[in-house]
Design a protein around this ligand. Structure first.
Ligand code: BEZ
Length: 328
């Protein structure tokens, strides 16, 4: 009986006569992790994303993608798109060998270089085509910031979508501070470290939880409100004061400094650092600004809570088994 044999067939359908490969332009940009080289084929097409490729290990963009992108039938597709082919650092044709001891960027860092390429080209949307390691890098990039620039991602971390679309003076001010920061590259490094953070692994009643008094504050319209509520659920309720601030977004220290000051005073008082006579006087001086409601953690009976009530204008604080109310 004849044995079945696997035969490898390489499809050959080269460019048709008259089909010439489009001119390519190679660029390099500096990134926080070193420079990266990429080659652009074609011209940007209005309202269309760019095709962005990332090759596998042992290859570069040409050895990885040329047979596909120069395949005859492929032309009717790619002629509608500008193509950006990234070479991983040191993989571009003619790249010098890195000096001994050179720390090659991690795959996450390679992914973090992609926004620099797209910002340089002023492209905001892409269709990613990756092979092997390149597919990982593009996936990692898609997980963190496909459509936004680094400043926009950071703004989305700091403020809620409602705050950002409201575009108040405060938002404009902070957008300016971040987008025009001369140390934006450093900010990006801090941002990357934040995104690579480890879980704190708090466990209520477990070994890993904060043993010291904690005041946890979050705006009720903060972008990470859920995470702060969850954090509160994992802290020791007898040590934790949780304040969810009404009508407050991502940065209550900027938008509601008065309320936050008040809450901080009560927190300090709970630890015995401020005399109650002083507290009453300070509270009185702030009567006018305490007008909106704040919700209280569900564990009110067990936890130290700071609450603000719209009806009475009272703000209360209490260590376990002891609640103090001050009218203001
Ligand atoms: C392109 O047309 O996108 C292309 C051409 C040659 C190699 C790789 C890609």
């Amino acid at each position: 009986m004849a044995e079945l044999q696997e035969v490898q067939i390489t499809e050959e359908k080269p460019l048709l006569p008259g089909q010439t490969p489009e001119a390519a332009k190679t660029h390099s940009v500096e990134t926080p992790y070193g420079s990266v080289t990429f080659t652009v084929y074609g011209t940007p097409k209005p309202k269309r994303p760019a095709i962005l490729t990332y090759h596998d290990v042992g290859l570069n963009y040409k050895s990885c993608f040329q047979p596909l992108f120069q395949f005859g039938d492929m032309q009717e597709i790619i002629q509608n798109f500008v193509r950006v082919h990234v070479d991983a650092p040191g993989m571009e044709e003619g790249a010098p060998v890195f000096p001994l001891g050179y720390q090659y960027p991690s795959l996450d860092q390679l992914a973090d270089m992609i926004p620099c390429v797209l910002q340089y080209l002023n492209f905001s949307t892409v269709i990613g085509v990756g092979v092997g390691a390149g597919a990982y890098i593009l996936s990692r990039y898609a997980l963190t910031g496909l459509t936004s620039s680094i400043p926009e991602m950071i703004l989305g971390h700091l403020f809620s979508q409602e705050e950002l679309s409201g575009n108040s003076e405060l938002i404009q001010k902070y957008r300016n501070i971040i987008t025009r920061a001369p140390n934006l590259d450093n900010i990006e490094l801090y941002w990357n470290s934040y995104n690579n953070r480890r879980d704190l692994n708090f466990e209520r009643g477990g070994d890993i939880t904060l043993k010291c008094p904690v005041m946890l504050v979050v705006g009720d319209q903060a972008p990470h409100e859920d995470a702060v509520v969850e954090c509160n659920s994992k802290l020791d309720p007898t040590q934790t004061s949780f304040l969810k601030m009404a009508d407050s977004g991502g940065q209550p220290q900027l938008t509601q400094p008065g309320k936050l000051t008040e809450a901080f005073k009560y927190f300090l008082q709970g630890m015995g650092y401020m005399a109650s006579s002083c507290m009453t006087r300070l509270s009185r001086s702030r009567t006018a600004s305490l007008t909106s409601a704040a919700s209280i953690d569900g564990n009110r009976s067990r936890s130290r809570t700071l609450s603000q009530s719209s009806e009475s204008g009272t703000l209360s604080s209490g260590p376990p088994g002891h609640t103090m109310e001050v009218s203001c």
